[in-house]
Design a protein around this ligand. Sequence first.
Ligand code: FEO
Length: 399
Amino acid sequence: MNTFKAVQVTEDVWWVGAIDWNIRDFHGYQTRRGSTYNAYLILADKITLIDTVKAPFREEMMARIASIVDPGKIQYIVSNHSEMDHSGSLPEVVAAVNPQKVFASAVGAKTLKELLPLDREITAVKDGETLSLGNRSLTFMETRMLHWPDSMFSYLNEEQILYSQDAFGMHFASLERFADECDPAILAFEAATYFANIILPYSALVLKLIGRVTAAKLSFRIIAPDHGPIWRQETGGIISSYAKWAAQKPEAKAVVVYATMWHSTEKMARVLSEGLAAGGLSVKLMSMDEVHRSDVVYELLGAGVLAVGSPTLNNHLLPNMADILMYLKGLKPRNLIGAAFGSYGWSGEAVKEIEEILAEMKVEKAGEGIRVKNVPDAGILARCYELGKEMAERVGSRL
Ligand code: FEO
């Protein structure tokens, strides 16, 4: 008995992906709710498979396909994104199905060959090109660096379905296939966390793409991403959220990230947070001994302040502070005001190191970093409080 079934999206479009309930890490991004690898089957005259799944999930996908059609009848495969969570099973699927053609963007055609043992020609499609599936047609849109150089969208014209690969997705394993069947609070959190941890560095490209789509007056009845639920009601909501997150306009919000050895840096962090709150900001105080780096980036969406504290260990930052700062540097959050602080026992290099990294991240320096030998006294804590208030005022003037 075939226990994996396809899920109907429209009359001729089916979800045939796989559910990864157990994945908890995507290159440093903690995926607490697992994920899905979405693939879609279009039962057009030319039966077409959009994307495949991560290699270990091939049998699940093939079983879902077989629940509605003989997989040997698939004539076209389109790879919207060559990253292996969507292409890992492609060599075996191509061998099993023997499609007439496999399509990808020009960069994707090269990248698939570099990543996978594919002894099959990949047909490169151009930006704006339309492929006839007989009674249906797909138009391709290059979305380079969203989030890989090969990435593209495919648009099923007659049904107004956007296959958006990683964009507009989330890491959320569920048997509910549609966003309108899921808890909106979970969707809001997971979509924002996904944007922050994956899409954020490409914010400028997101804004450009949204502008392009708006200018083209394309309507999306359904947005079918490669991870998480399918959007079939109010598809404008997730697009508006992307526009807002990508704009990175600061709001009245601050994030204070720190680690501590004997609670001195923690005291400074707490007092600095009081100052930020007294200045009118909502504050997230996050100890890297307790939270995951993915959650810090989530909280930074819409923040105007990033304050960072670390003691000095062996002439450097604490290792978990180096971790979060390198992660943040790569994700390129913008429009932040920042400051560094920390206690030390004898040499005290950490504050300077933080300041250097914040400068590389283009975080605007609010004031001199606050360093204290051993335990902060009332005077140092008063400076922390004032620094928090000053930063809040500077953010306030930008709102
Ligand atoms: Fe879901 Fe960039 O792969």
